[in-house]
Design a protein around this ligand. Structure first.
Ligand code: HEM
Length: 149
């Protein structure tokens, strides 16, 4: 087993933690637009509306935001330790995880709109949008594990 990099054996623990928090992050990224779909179905200002705002806020504060910070910190530690900066798979992965982080930011922005009583997108669009992070995550995993280039 290759244990290259200055983190040595610790790198395996860092990598395990990275993947664990990736799971939490992805769970949050899949749940939030689902919540939005349900949220869209209740009238602005209703009790249900307030409950969904509360649920979305908790998902944001407890799952999404802490996970993305931890995933980035651990991912960058792995990158520095392994010295992958000139490798193609890592460039592609970085590009895609930047995209996922942008999507994360967009979700938080959409939550704030819902909180203000705005409903900019249709339910159908929200459902369609929810397919994107799954496909991106699948490609990221293949890049990180198979490293095809
Ligand atoms: C957000 C910024 C991220 C950075 C900087 C990053 C960086 C890295 C690096 C450098 C490795 C290689 C560790 C090694 O074997 O030496 C790695 C492993 C891995 N990453 Fe990330 N990552 C990030 C986000 C993600 C995301 C969003 C996913 C999944 C959707 C993901 C999934 C994985 C998996 C599955 C591995 C294990 C690969 C293996 O050991 O075979 N990472 N990450």
């Amino acid at each position: 087993m290759e244990l290259a990099g200055f983190l040595g054996v610790t790198m395996l623990w860092v990598k395990a933690a990275h993947v664990i928090f990736v799971i939490f992050l992805m769970a949050g990224l899949f749940m939030m637009p689902r919540f939005f779909v349900y949220h869209h179905q209740c009238p602005v200002g209703s009790d249900e509306d307030k409950k969904w705002i509360e649920r979305e806020d908790r998902l944001r504060r407890i799952i999404l935001n802490p996970s993305i910070v931890i995933v980035w910190i651990l991912g960058l530690m792995l990158a520095f330790s392994g010295g992958y900066w000139s490798e193609g798979w890592f460039h592609a992965k970085l590009l895609l995880v930047l995209g996922l982080s942008g999507y994360h930011g967009w979700l938080i922005g959409y939550f704030k709109k819902l909180k203000r009583g705005e409903r900019p997108l249709s339910e159908k669009r929200l459902r369609l949008l929810n397919e994107v992070p799954g496909v991106v995550a699948a490609i990221v995993v293949v890049l990180a594990v198979v490293r095809p280039f």
